[in-house]
Design a protein around this ligand. Sequence first.
Ligand SMILES: Nc1ncnc2c1ncn2[C@@H]1O[C@H](COP(=O)(O)OP(=O)(O)OP(=O)(O)O)[C@@H](O)[C@H]1O
Ligand SMILES: [Mg+2]
Length: 267
Amino acid sequence: MDSISKAIALAAEKRRSGKLENPLSRSESVQPFEYTKTRRIVIQPDVMHENRLIAGGDQQIVVDAYKLLRTRVLHRMQQNNWRTLGITSPGANVGKTLTSVNLAISVAMKHESTVVLVDADLRRPSVHKCFGIEVEYGLLDYLEDGIPLERIMINPGIDGFVVIPSHNHGHTESSERLSSTRMERLVRELTERYPERLVLFDLPPILVGDDVEAFSPYLDAFLLVVEDGKTDIAEYAKTIEILEHEDVLGTVLNKSEETGHGYDYYY
Ligand SMILES: Nc1ncnc2c1ncn2[C@@H]1O[C@H](COP(=O)(O)OP(=O)(O)OP(=O)(O)O)[C@@H](O)[C@H]1O
Ligand SMILES: [Mg+2]
C-alpha cells in the first residue's frame, strides 16, 4: 500500500471511530421525474464511450466499481437524510468530473433514483464536454442574468438524470457567485422541488482558490477524489484538515493500478 492509500485508510478509520457520524433518518419513496420543460438531448454512444462514461458501454468491472460507489454514497446520504454532495479533490485533473458524471449516471440507472448534476466548477467547467453538449444557457446565466432554472437544465437522454452545465471559462468571481444568495436559491429550488432527488456538485480542486470553502455551507457532504501516484500526501492531509468540520463520505482512489481496473473506492 502506498502512502496515499495509507492516508486514506487512516482517514476511513477516523470516520469509523464515529467522529463524523450524524443522527439517522430515513428518506421517503421517490417521486416520478418530470421533463416537461427540461431540454432533452440525445448523446451518441460513441461520444459517451470516448469520454469514458459508463452509459457508453464501458467494461463491466468499471460499471461495477461505480455501482459500489453509488450504493455506498446513497446509503450514507439516505441514512443521514442528506441531499447535496460536493465532489472535490486536493489538486487538479485527478478525475473529479468523470467521477461526478459516472456516479450520477449510476444513480440514475438505479430504479427509482433521480439525480441532478451541477457543474459548479466555474473556473474550468467541463461536465458538458463529457456529454459533447453545446451549452446554450448554464449556471452563470441563472446566477447573473436570472435565466429560469428550467432553461439551464438538460436531460442527457437518461431517465432520472438532469445536468446543469456551466460554460463560462475562467470566471474571476467564482467564489462570490458560488456563495451568492442566488446560488442559495438554486440549491433550495433543486432540493425542495423534488424532495427525493440527489444533487451532486462537480467542484473545483479545494487547494486552488476559495471556491469550495465558499460553497461548503450549501453542501451536506463531500466526496474526495485522489489520483493514485499523483496526489501528494501533504496535499491530501491539508484537504482533510480544511474539511475537518465537514462530513466527508470517503475518498475515491482514481486511476489506481493496484486492482488493475483503474477505479478504487475507500470508504
Ligand atoms: N479512471 C480513469 N481512467 C482513465 N482516464 C481517466 C480516469 N479518470 C479520469 N480520466 C481522464 O483524466 C482526465 C481528467 O479527468 P477529469 O476532467 O474528470 O478531472 P478533474 O479532476 O475534473 O479535472 P479539473 O481539476 O480540471 O476539473 C480526463 O481526460 C478523463 O477522461
Ligand atoms: Mg473537473
